[in-house]
Structures are given as C-alpha cells and as structure tokens.
Write a protein that binds this ligand. Structure first.
Ligand SMILES: Cc1cc2nc3c(=O)[nH]c(=O)nc-3n(C[C@H](O)[C@H](O)[C@H](O)COP(=O)(O)O)c2cc1C
Length: 190
C-alpha cells in the first residue's frame, strides 16, 4: 500500500459518521478508471453485513463491468460513464411479509444494502448514483433474471469526472429536522 493511500485511510479513521454521510453524494458523470478489485470486494463486503428483515438477506447483486454488460444496462437507463454497475435485485423467496397489511420488507432491505454500499464506496473515494427509474423488464431480459428475482436498483460506481459535490450542500438541499422529526405524536409544522 502506498504512503498516500495509507495516509488517506488513516484520515478516514478520524472522520465521524456524519462527515462521511455528508460527503456521500450522487455522481452523474464518471471517468473510465476501473475500480480496483480490492475496493470492490470491500464495498460488497460492507453491503453483505447490512441488516435485513429477519436476516433473510434477499439481495442478489449482479456486477456489470464488461463493456457489453454496461451496454445492456444502458438500454434500461443512462449509465453516466460508469465502469462498474451493480444490479441490485431482491429475491422474492427471501422476503418478510408483515401479516397486518401484507407490506413486503424487500425494498427496505435493498435500500439499506444500497446505502451501506454507497457509503463504503465514498469512504474509498469512489462515487455512486443509485437509480430506481430504470426499465426492469429490459434488465430482466438482458441479464437472464428469473421471475422470482426482482431488479430493484442500479448502483453505478466510479471515480467522479468532475469531483464530488460539497458536503455543505445539505444546508439548502435537505429539509430542516423540525420538518421531518416529531416527538411523542404525529404533528405537522404550521
Ligand atoms: C431510491 C432512490 C432512487 C433514485 N433514483 C434515481 C434515478 O433514477 N436517477 C437519478 O439520476 N438519481 C436517482 N437517485 C438519486 C437521488 O436523486 C439523489 O440521491 C437525491 O437527489 C439527493 O442527492 P444526493 O444523493 O447528492 O445527496 C435515487 C436515489 C434514491 C435513494
């Protein structure tokens, strides 16, 4: 490991979680630099330890890196030049259904896995965009995905072509805590 890389890793240890969470941002333009296998393994390992309902672990992740695979994803959504796309699917056979209203845990599970992955990527200076608005039918066909596996999100990874967004942007891009958090009972601000 180079001294520069070591220093970067050490400086990450000094970071509190809010700092890392603020540093993560959506990247919609990547350069072609491949993600080192060691970093991809790390990022996927962080996704692996994410919590899921009843620990069912419904996530099934297809890693698309070959140009032909990226071109297949491109048919379903823009890929922003990403050299590495995770097709995050959920296995319907491994989901928890809430008996009171039949709400399925799958999307929550996948969201948590994706967030773990995006934060781990940012820790390694790798950018990401989570995409939900892709055409799942195209992804299903192009990647031979069976009926009981649902393509839920795309995570496009890579090094930002134009840097990361400012950590301070949340001052204007996020609602105030008092608009989203209430204590003891539901209460909307006037
Ligand atoms: C579930 C989910 C789905 C999203 N789908 C898309 C998408 O289809 N296309 C896109 O460009 N960005 C998508 N995004 C990125 C959001 O637009 C972005 O996270 C949001 O605007 C906040 O910006 P930030 O990530 O830079 O903090 C999605 C994010 C989430 C969490």
């Amino acid at each position: 490991m180079s001294v520069r890389l070591l220093l970067r890793r050490l400086s990450m240890f000094e970071m509190d979680f809010l700092q890392l969470a603020k540093m993560r941002c959506t990247t919609r333009g990547f350069d072609a630099t491949p993600i080192p296998q060691e970093d991809l393994d790390y990022i996927l390992s962080v996704g692996r330890v994410a919590p899921t309902a009843c620990n069912r672990q419904p996530q099934r992740i297809i890693v698309a890196r070959q140009p032909e695979s990226i071109a297949k994803v491109e048919k379903a959504y823009k890929t922003f030049g990403s050299p590495c796309i995770l097709i995050v699917c959920r296995d319907r056979r491994d989901e928890l259904i809430r008996p009171f209203d039949n709400k399925c845990s799958g999307d929550l599970d996948i969201g948590i896995v994706c967030d773990h992955i995006m934060l781990a990527a940012r820790e390694r200076n790798i950018g990401s965009v989570m995409v939900g608005l892709f055409d799942p039918g195209i992804i299903r066909t192009e990647f031979d995905i069976p009926d009981y596996i649902e393509p839920t999100a795309l995570l496009m990874l890579g090094y930002p072509a134009n840097g990361f967004l400012s950590s301070e942007r949340h001052e204007t891009t996020r609602k105030h805590l008092t608009d989203t958090v209430m204590y003891e009972r539901y209460k909307e601000n006037a």
